[in-house]
Design a protein around this ligand. Structure first.
Ligand code: X8Z
Ligand code: ZN
Length: 612
């Protein structure tokens, strides 16, 4: 269920396009005419048909991910297959309107139909079936994966995440890291075949490979999109380098030899996260010694016995304060907020727009940490986006681009400031301004540390899809990128037998990842605009627009557009700017950058990467 779902917000958009020759069915609209009126009739019927198939696919996907077994693997794959088959057929049929002059909106729908898949599939039904089953199986394998430090103690993804967040014992951290990375070698050959089949599908659609198809989804040429990512990265790289150097110094002080490498890289298991993608969990190790005490949200939530439903309600309350309608009643009865005791589920958080209307759901395994508190806001951002554009026609029910979808909830979560926490009664006292640096540092450990990780996942996948990196080199290429961009190194020797990318959810789930890099940048741009709209004029890092209907109105207007306009137009409507700009992020962290440079004075920054 990964791919399909036109509606499944978080991850995937979906579908597959290929030119399916097998099916004898054609849509009722296939009259053969190619006038603009024919195109409109064709598109109306195509949208109605795909809507129906999507809902069926989402339902099968939901059951699969919340109850993984062989049957649901099969049923989910079958539903994907139906949706993909019909989509590809429609894409093929739609070619007859390629030269027809159409109103801009309708022309955009034809483009979006062609790009509506993350998993193009070959026309041959046998191969397509093989692909959908591989995809469903890979997702199921990941969801079922466990690391068992002892036979009586098996940990799923969120169990390992929690253990790595807490442990300060390098030996235990190494065990956890190595244990989790054992889940993926069995996926490697299946993943390689998946790549082959998906590429065949992309080729049949006229794309060079699946990566090129993914990069074509941003209202610009695929090459321009790659350059755009580099441009944004160059704006924030200096900030990352300072944070890396500071963190390294503090980790060496804590762990000594276990954290020290000649090349200056940081061992990946010491950063409080399985993938070293966000480092907020090791804040205690890097906190400035003389700073005033701040607060620990995890402890506060635990002391108050805040349960999963209450956590979700906090998120909903924020959106309501901006003028959004409450979540529909079915959300509360159909969502999975905690891990069920009796079956395997995919615990990686996701937001589901099941019917393109009011049936929205959250699937999470909430454990009540401060991190979960933020993730809940992230996921609700997807759902309020879904609800906002539900009046749009089928093909416009999506984000301006997938980075927008990922940025909405995070934009809200940036408003979780001390002032806000006091407003909602979670803390009693707002820390003094002198606490700004620790609070900014805590945030940078998540937001800034994430940037190179957000960038490299798809750099790896683009190389894999293009054939530049072959299966035998999957792991080497992975670590080359992790070393180059993140400056982190594997804690133990790796070999071609390992498949470390597969130990990260989005690889077996085939969820594109550049969206998260974009979102990390966009969210500060959106946030700055909302703060401005709320009439806030102080330092950016202290702004909370909680309760601002003016900010909410501007936000909502953008969300309601869905995918009906190219994303720069949506950005302009929201922020007045028509270009992505990491300066908002740089401005937000400006006081921290000054402080980090001060701390790093006299120490080297950067690292060297062994040439391989
Ligand atoms: O996958 C997610 C969300 C669901 S869209 C929980 N995120 C990425 C990840 O966990 O790797 C959010 C940030 C990055
Ligand atoms: Zn998301």
């Amino acid at each position: 269920m990964l791919f399909s779902l036109r509606f499944r917000s978080f991850a995937l958009l979906p579908l597959a396009l290929t030119l399916l020759s097998c099916s004898a069915k054609t849509s009722g609209s296939a009259t053969g005419g190619s006038s603009a009126a024919d195109a409109k009739t064709f598109m109306d019927q195509a949208e109605a048909e795909l809507n129906k198939l999507s809902v069926a696919d989402n339902r099968a996907g939901w059951v699969h991910e919340t109850y993984i077994n062989d049957d649901t693997d099969f049923l989910a794959a079958q539903a994907d297959d139906r949706l993909i088959a019909r989509t590809t057929e429609l894409v093929k049929e739609s070619a007859r309107f390629d030269k027809t002059e159409l109103p801009a909106d309708l022309r955009r729908k034809f483009l979006l139909l062609k790009l509506s898949t993350n998993m193009p599939a070959p026309a041959d039904p046998k191969l397509r079936e093989e692909l959908t089953q591989l995809a469903s199986g890979l997702s199921g394998t990941y969801g079922k994966s466990k690391y068992c430090p002892t036979p009586a103690n098996c940990l799923g993804q969120e169990g390992v995440e929690k253990a790595m967040a807490k442990s300060r014992d390098p030996k235990e951290l190494t065990d956890l890291w190595v244990g989790w990375h054992k889940i993926s070698p069995p996926m490697r050959d299946r993943y390689a075949r998946f790549v082959e089949l998906s590429n065949q599908g992309a080729g049949e659609l006229g794309f060079k490979d699946t990566g090129t198809l993914w990069r074509s989804n941003y209202d610009m040429a695929p090459e321009a999109f790659s350059a755009e990512l580099e441009r944004l990265w160059s704006q924030v790289e200096p900030l990352y380098k300072e944070l890396h150097a500071y963190t390294r110094t503090r980790l060496k002080a804590k762990y000594g030899a276990a954290a020290t490498r000649e090349d200056g890289m940081i061992p990946a298991h010491l950063l409080g996260n399985i993938w070293a993608q966000e480092w907020g969990n090791i804040y205690d190790l890097v906190a400035p010694a003389s700073a005033p005490a701040t607060y620990d949200l995890t402890k506060i939530l635990a002391a108050r016995h805040t349960d999963a439903k209450q956590m979700t309600t906090y998120g909903e309350t924020f959106f309501k304060s901006l003028g959004f309608e409450p979540l529909p009643p079915a959300f509360w009865t159909r969502s999975q907020l905690t891990r069920p005791a009796d079956r395997d589920v995919v615990c990686h958080a996701s937001a589901w727009d099941v019917d393109g209307d009011m049936d929205v759901r959250l699937k999470m395994c909430i454990q009540g940490t401060g991190e979960d508190f933020v993730v809940v806001h992230h996921e609700l951002g997807h759902l309020f986006y879904d609800l906002s554009y539900r009046k749009q026609p089928y093909l416009f029910r999506g984000a301006a681009n997938d980075g927008f979808h990922e940025a909405i909830g995070d934009t809200i979560a940036l408003s979780i400031t001390p002032e806000y926490l006091k407003t909602i009664g979670l803390i009693q006292q707002v820390p003094p301004p002198a606490a700004d640096i620790p609070i900014l540092l805590r945030r940078a450990l998540d937001k800034v540390a994430f940037l190179p990780f957000g960038l490299l996942i798809d750099k790896w996948r683009w190389q894999v899809f293009s054939g530049e990196v072959k299966p035998a080199d999957y792991n080497t290429a992975w670590w080359k990128l992790r070393e180059k961009y993140q400056g982190v190194a594997a804690p133990v020797a790796r070999s071609a037998e390992d498949f470390d990318p597969g130990a990260k959810y989005h690889i077996p789930a085939n969820t594109p990842y550049a969206r998260y890099f974009l979102a990390a940048i966009y969210q500060f741009q959106f946030y700055r605009a909302m703060c401005r709209e709320a009439g806030y004029t102080g330092p950016l890092n202290r702004c909370s627009f909680f309760g601002s209907e003016a900010a909410g109105k501007r936000f909502k207007a953008m969300l309601e557009l869905g995918q009906s306009k190219p994303w720069p137009e949506a950005l302009k409507q929201m922020t007045g700017e028509d270009k992505a700009d990491a300066n908002a992020m740089v401005e937000y962290f400006a006081p921290l950058l000054v402080w980090l440079k001060e701390q790093n004075k006299g120490a080297a920054t950067g690292w060297t990467v062994a040439s391989k």
